[in-house]
Design a protein around this ligand. Structure first.
Ligand SMILES: [Zn+2]
Length: 167
């Protein structure tokens, strides 16, 4: 009986696929309910499994995340903008330059990025091809201010090489 069933299914793969699809379409709620019940019941086990999986595939997961991010940044300008603003924020908060006493307000940063069309004013490279940051023309350490005239968009590369020098 079982063998016959198997053979029939192998012969009618397309039909089986359609029936399966149809069933799933019709019983979406029910299937979701069953899945939820299973997950609730096996929470501990699933968590443990997830943990081992993550540990075993850390490199793969990191690579996947990186690829997702790159793809997202290239396809969604709004997301790219938010991402770079967030990077800037984190850099101000935790980076080496965190001694800046007066952080640039996000609205000002956005204005600078927009004015410069998300392009590094030193080398002309553009986000999202490069990571962009806000640069002080006259450094804070030399009393440069956080106003639009003293701020320009720079890529990370140009920004890192410039140090505290005047242009
Ligand atoms: Zn540059």
């Amino acid at each position: 009986m079982y063998e016959a069933q198997k053979r029939w299914r192998e012969k009618n793969i397309e039909k089986v696929r359609l029936i399966n699809l149809n069933y799933r379409e019709k019983n979406r709620e029910k299937i979701r309910e069953i899945g939820k019940r299973y997950r609730d019941k096996n929470r501990e086990k699933l968590l443990a499994y997830k943990k081992t999986y993550r540990k075993k595939n850390a490199e793969k997961i990191r690579e996947g995340k990186r690829r997702w991010l790159l793809n997202k940044i290239h396809s969604d300008p709004e997301y790219a903008l938010r991402y770079y603003l967030r990077l800037e924020e984190l850099k101000l908060k935790y980076g080496k330059k965190s001694k800046r006493r007066f952080p640039i307000p996000p609205s000002v940063r956005l204005q600078v990025f927009k004015r410069d069309k998300f392009t590094c004013r030193y080398c002309g490279n553009k986000a999202p091809n490069v990571a962009i940051v806000i640069d002080h023309i006259i450094p804070v350490s030399k009393d440069g201010e956080n106003n639009l005239d003293n701020l320009i968009t720079a890529c990370e590369y140009c920004n890192s090489g410039k140090g505290d020098k005047y242009l």
